[in-house]
Design a protein. Sequence first.
Length: 449
Amino acid sequence: MSLQFRLNLVIALSMVLIVGMGTVFTIYSARQSIREEIMSSVNLFLQSIDFRLSKAEFTKDSTLTWQSLITIPEQTRHLNVYLVPLEGQPIRPAEISNGDGASSVPDWFVWWVKPEPLTKIRVIKTRTTAFQIIIYDNPNDEIVEAWGEARGLFGLIVLQSLLIWMLVHTMLGRALKPVPVILDGLEHIEAGDYQQRLPGFSLPELSKISAAFNHTAFALEKAHRENRNLTRRSLSVQEEERRILSQELHDDLGQSLTGIKALATSIAKQNENSHYAVESILSICDHLFSVVRSMMRRLRPTLLDELGLEASLEDMIGIWREQNPTVQATLHLDGAIESFSGAANIHLFRIVQESLNNIARHAKATTVNINLEMGQTTKTDRVCNSMNSMILTITDNGCGYDPDTVNPGFGLLGIRERAESLGGRFRVDTRTGRGTTIRVSVPCDEIPA
C-alpha cells in the first residue's frame, strides 16, 4: 500500500467523518428548532384563546362565536385543534392548519427530527355550557421546511468536503510525484549504478533530498572508481610478482636442476658403481622439473604471453580434464575475443581457472560449458555506458546451492573483484539441485591498457 494511497484514504475517511458530524449537527439543530416552533405555536394559540374568551359572550347556539374561538390564527401554525363538549355532544373539529406535507420528506429524516407528540387540553366553562379544547401538535410543515434547509446544508457540506478532498488530493499528488523517481534512484544505487542522478524538484524539502542523493551518489561513484583502480593495481602487481617469480623459477631453479641432471648423467657414464645414486638424482630432478613447471603454470601461464587467451584456456582445460576425468568440459571461444581482450586476458584466464577449481571441489558436476563471446551488454549487466562487451558464461549441472543461506567463498569474491576491476559485472545464478551459472560481462572500452 503506497504512501499516497494511505494519505488519500485517511483524507477520505476524515471527509466522511466531517460529513457525518455535519449531518448529526444539522439533524439535532432541526429537531430542536421544530420542538421550539411547536411549543411557541401552542403557547401563542393558548394566549389567543384567553384573549378571545375575555371578549366573547357564549350562548348555547352561538356557533359563530365557537368557530371564532377555535380558529387558528394566521400567525399560528403546526397545530390541530378539536372542540369536545363535556355534555356528550359530538366532537366538532376545528380547522386544520396543514395537510400531510411531510410525505415528500425521507422517512429517516422524519424519524430523526420529529419531536415527541404534544397534547394540550383547555377546559372552558360558561353560564350555559362547558367544553374542552384539545390541541395536538402537527409538525409536518415545519419538518418540510427543516428538510429543505437541511438538504441545502447537506449539499453544501458534501460539496465542500469533495472540494477539500480534491484540493488535498491534487496537492498530495504533486508533492508525492517525485517519490517514485527517488525510489528508482535508490534502487539503481543499490544495484551498483553510482552514475544515477536525481533531477531538481519544486518542493524545497525534496530538492534538498535530491541534492543530498546526488552528492552521495557522486561520493560513492568516486569511491567505487578509486577502489576499482586500487583493485586493478593490486591485481596487476600480483600478476607481475607471479610473472617475476615464474621467470626466476625458470631461469634459476630450472637451470640449476638442468645442470644437476647433466652432471649426474656425466657421473653415471664415468663410474658405473654410482649408477644407483645417479638414478636417484635424476629421478629427483625429474620430479622437481614437474613441480617447477606446475608452479610456473599456476603462477603465470606462459602460453598466455606466447600464443594468446584461446591456447591458454584450451591447455588449462585439457589439464583439468585429465585431473577430473568424470567431468565433460567444453570450451567455445569467439574468434574476435583475441582482438579486444588486451590486458583482460589474464583476468579472464584466472576467472575460468577459479571457476573450474570451485566446480572440482564443490559442484559434483558431470558437464561444464565455458562460453566466451562478444555481445551487447544488457541493462542488467551494464555498469557503464558501454554496449559492446566480452561475455563469459560458465555453466555446470552440479548440485548448486541456496544463495540466501550460503555465503560466497573467497573464490567467488575474487572473481567479482576481477570483473569489477575491469568495469564489468559479475552474476551467479544458482539453486539447490539445479546447477550453477557464472556470468561475467566486461565492456570492451573499459578494459585498461
